[in-house]
Design a protein around this ligand. Sequence first.
Ligand SMILES: *[C@@H]1O[C@H](CO)[C@@H](O)[C@H](O)[C@H]1NC(C)=O
Length: 618
Amino acid sequence: MLSWIAALLAGILTAHLAQRWCFPYFWRDALFLTRVMRYGARLEFYKRSSRIVTVVDRFVQQAQRIPEKAFLIYEGVTHSYGELEERSNRVARVFEDAVKKGDTVALLMSNEPDFISVWFGFCKLGCAVAFLNTNIKSRSLLHCFNCCGAKLLVVGADLLETLEDIIPSLQEDRIEVWCLTRESPRPGVRSLLDKMESASQEPIPAERRSVRCLKTPTLYIFTSGTTGLPKAAVITHLQSLKAAGGFWAYSATGSDVIYTPLPLYHSAASLVGIGGTIELGATCVLKKKFSASQFWHDCRKHNVTIFQYIGEVCRYLCNQPVAGNEKDHRVRMGVGNGLRLDVWREFLGRFGEIRMCEIYGSTEGNLCFMNHVGKIGAVGRSNFFYKLIFKYDLVKYDLVREEPVRDHNGFCQHVQKGETGLLLSKICSQSPFFGYAGSKQLTEKKILRDVFVKGDTYFNTGDLMAEDEDNFICFKDRVGDTFRWKGENVATTEVTEILGLVDFIQEANVYGVQVPGNEGRAGMAAVIVRPECTFDGKKLFNHVLKELPSYARPLFIRLQESMEMTSTFKQQKFALVESGFNPSSVSDPLYILDHSEKSYIPLTPSIYDGIVNAQHKV
Ligand SMILES: *[C@@H]1O[C@H](CO)[C@@H](O)[C@H](O)[C@H]1NC(C)=O
């Protein structure tokens, strides 16, 4: 009998050790998957019963359950769930008769609590809300209204100025403009704060906002387009609910304090950050703008436990001078995207054991990876079960021709484990792709057909990834006509078009180059100057300053005599990207954007060295 028990124990021990040895992540994977499936089951229930609890419904529930609890902390002022609920009711009351269920309204605001009051106020009226990127300049901004069909715009008091030159066009298009001020700041712009103050705080009946279908659009979030102008990604209730489960999936709770220094017009802050805070009933410390020097001070002051990041945030924090109390804080987790191996290591070394949870997923995409194990350098983790839920593939990609490699039958080819490939995600009813508002053509461009069999369709993420032996997925690079700089997408064609407006430029070719010590790629333009004209650095500087948001301005200019005729446009671009911006190896004249000189100035070897050694800030 005893020997039988001993044998059994030995057996269990061996099995346990074997499992530790062969499947070291088994339990963590299993626990994580259980959570994901529980959340998925809830969404599935909504789908079947058509009794959908949207993010705003959830907010209203929390406001009834915990009205006194701090929902937002902004510039030292605490706003409770109850207060925000009341304030959003007032917004809804102001516009009750002005908009109909199903209308779209646009929101141009910086991070502040009223961003959320206005957003939720319109949701309570059954409207969809379009978040406008506050960096976008006039021309692109007008285009945004056409995409999503908004008839009304609410603008923050601090951003009215940026609208100045398009207000007449907006009026022509009969778009009402409301500003968050007490008095009308100029003719044609109505004030909102005074109306909110005198409006009733009674909730609008829930019927007005009820939705029957998870695939009803609730938001439009603008992302950079490959054809130049921003694209309005359609965010349905399904996506907003999925994103709101992010913190929860990483086992955050209602007692967490979440720090959000990212702009609310991006999906990370609004959908994952605010949506996730509401899902948990937690508190969000909202920052108007990220500040590396205030970061840890804020975290200590508010007992922050979780922060949201993009790769740049962590890099800027690492670039701060070392302080004695760096590990003295309660931050236990960071949730975000784009943290690179080197910065990740340094960050943990300096600021202590913080679990960094990468979430990979584009605003409009239908795929999501989460690195729940916290393995340094990976954006996500996959396994057999995950592949049953998310049908994605990595396929061979031709960097020069900028397209997937097709075999003699015209089908794409899987890459080997460890090899880099283009990430594709299958479009099906479980993971639909809702495309972009107002443009079938743009939507079609993101779809790849006949990938492995005739008739299948995949969403092309445009990201190059590799999956290793242990099923960790690592981000390698981004392909195509966009690159990322300072946390924003830059569309090369948009920049090309703007450069083409300068009188001395005959031709421009825009691309991104890697700059040591920086995330993403900096903009660079190869430019051909018109015959009989000369390059005017000051003029070009003033033009890009006026026409392009800061992250999209080309940092480097390369003057070319002529475009090489023997190779294709794509081959030329590839060669340009490869040759970079080192004046010692590039024989063409190079210029760099210089804010102190307010001009493009010659890029000398000493400036180049300064950039590489991180002495010259870019
Ligand atoms: C942070 O935690 C400490 C210790 O529990 C507490 O004394 C302090 O009041 C908390 N601060 C805030 C802003 O909640």
